[in-house]
Write a protein that binds this ligand. Structure first.
Ligand SMILES: [Zn+2]
Length: 55
């Protein structure tokens, strides 16, 4: 017996619950994904779109 086995077994591995959502595009952000804590929390794509410029 593995403690907690039944708990994670019931959650499909390819459909994890998002930790939060990007405040700009609304895409789900999962555990381990980059989350940038500006504008209320945004994803890396939006960071690049809105905050990254080429010198
Ligand atoms: Zn985004």
């Amino acid at each position: 017996m593995i403690p907690g086995y039944d708990e994670w077994k019931t959650t499909p591995p390819d459909d994890p619950d998002p930790v939060t959502y990007c405040n700009i595009c609304g895409c789900p952000i999962y555990e381990g994904d980059a989350l940038f804590t500006i504008d209320g929390g945004i994803c890396e794509d939006c960071l690049n779109d809105y905050y990254k410029e080429l010198a």
